[in-house]
Design a protein. Structure first.
Ligand SMILES: Cc1cc2nc3c(=O)[nH]c(=O)nc-3n(C[C@H](O)[C@H](O)[C@H](O)COP(=O)(O)OP(=O)(O)OC[C@H]3O[C@@H](n4cnc5c(N)ncnc54)[C@H](O)[C@@H]3O)c2cc1C
Length: 385
């Protein structure tokens, strides 16, 4: 049975790894991605704030060496979910089972003025470019803001504001600066009142201004002001925006999406097309767009595929569970454990922040780099064989 996995991000890498671990050379899986390598979302913040360099967080796909897995670097140009075929710039691929794990595309140009007058911190290129901007920042009014919903990793803007406080303090310009955080939600992490309370207390302690229930809809670079959805304006010297997200165009054009994202059965991750699954940020499954959820969904799909290949065996319904790490600044990390889709309102328990959880987060990255790429990684230096 030929399995085609579209996208080698959190979801695609986990799916290919789990199936290879179980089936070895009996697996026939093609993993396609247009990129040369993988970067964890959280590594973008590490590079931005000068804790490491781009080479230290880049995991080249050429290191993927797994029984039964063939990695193809190619851009997917069209997807036919009924025929389970894809056209790429490296040829056509056909599958018996197809898994779409193409993530969310980011579109900074969709926010007027953002490209000309601001910075975005969510793409690899944007975050890496911010490293130099932040290293030389002389101090001033800083805004960290979300420009549209949905957006990946809802805690990331809050983490950015806290890390910005440390960064400006280390540069000796915190007293000459202000930090404002503009978010569409009423509290920083709605499913976890405990985490929200701790974050709001941390913002207050550090003098970070919290602006809930609004977005930045554009910038006026000439006047250096951000234009908010509530009609107000906010002056800035440095603007860091979370850009507009949408499904990759190739997915939107395939007929798989409804209201912009791929609807799936929340328990099985099956799409409306037979033998076509979708996992991660490209779906509207009901969990936040974050790597841990993409990974959990990939694991459930892997078990379904295994049961089918083995003509039996355990399968699992997806439970919407995920553990998110939360940078609090001062080199401390907290952990939020949350379950969506259980029928009850999600409620996330908070642990920390602490030094010990910062080490757990490092281990979280190291474990995945070991499993996905067969390499050793300390979170900062390039991985080694
Ligand atoms: C600043 C920041 C911090 C974050 N921190 C965390 C965190 O601490 N924990 C966490 O769980 N999540 C975090 N995230 C979110 C996390 O990175 C994403 O939610 C996760 O990567 C989604 O996984 P995915 O498999 O759905 O998609 P992705 O990992 O985005 O993978 C999709 C892949 O598809 C490929 N692709 C897209 N279109 C095409 C095409 N046409 N042809 C070929 N290939 C294509 C892309 O190159 C990409 O490799 C963070 C994100 C950001 C921006």
């Amino acid at each position: 049975m030929r399995i085609l996995v579209l996208g080698a991000g959190f979801g695609g890498l986990e799916l290919a790894t789990k199936l290879s671990e179980e089936l070895g050379d009996d697996l026939d899986l093609v993993l396609i991605d247009k990129g040369e390598g993988f970067v964890f979302g959280f590594s973008k913040l590490d590079v931005m704030f000068g804790k490491t360099v781009p080479e230290g967080v880049f995991h080249p796909y050429r290191h993927i060496d797994k029984p039964g897995v063939r990695f193809v670097q190619a851009s997917i140009l069209s997807i036919d979910p009924a025929a389970k075929t894809v056209e790429t710039d490296a040829g056509t691929f056909a599958a018996d089972v197809m898994v779409v794990a193409l993530g969310a595309d980011l579109d900074p140009s969709a926010t007027p003025g953002l490209v000309a007058g601001g910075n975005e911190l969510y793409t690899v290129a944007g975050a890496f470019a911010l490293r130099d901007v932040l290293a030389d920042f002389p101090g001033g009014d800083v805004i960290v803001a979300v420009t549209s919903t949905p957006f990946k990793c809802p805690p990331a803007p809050s983490e950015t504001a806290l890390l910005m406080h440390d960064h400006l303090t280390a540069l000796g310009v915190r007293d000459a600066s202000s930090i404002a955080l503009v978010m569409p939600m009423a509290v920083p992490i709605p499913p976890s009142p405990e985490a929200s309370k701790a974050l709001l207390a941390a913002f207050a302690e550090r003098g970070i201004a919290w602006h809930p229930d609004r977005l930045v809809r554009g910038l006026d670079p000439g006047r250096k002001v951000a234009l908010l959805t509530d009609g107000s304006e906010m002056a800035y010297d440095l603007f860091l925006g979370v850009p507009v997200h949408h499904a990759p165009p190739v997915v939107a054009e395939s007929g798989l999406t409804v209201d912009g994202w791929i609807p799936v059965d929340p328990l099985t991750l099956e799409t409306a097309f037979t033998d076509v699954y979708a996992v991660g940020d490209v779906t509207s499954v009901g969990t936040p767009k974050a790597g841990v959820f993409a990974e959990g969904q990939a694991s459930v799909v892997a078990e379904a595929i295994l049961a089918r290949i083995r003509e039996g065996g355990a399968t699992r319904a997806y439970d919407g569970h995920g553990t998110c790490y939360l940078e609090f600044g001062h080199a401390m990390v907290a952990r939020v454990d949350v379950t969506f889709l259980s029928g009850a309102a999600p409620e996330g328990a908070l642990e920390g922040p602490s030094d010990a959880i910062a080490l757990d987060k490092q281990d979280f990255g190291a474990t995945r780099v070991r499993r996905w790429f067969g390499r050793t990684w300390d979170g900062r230096a390039p991985s080694s064989a």
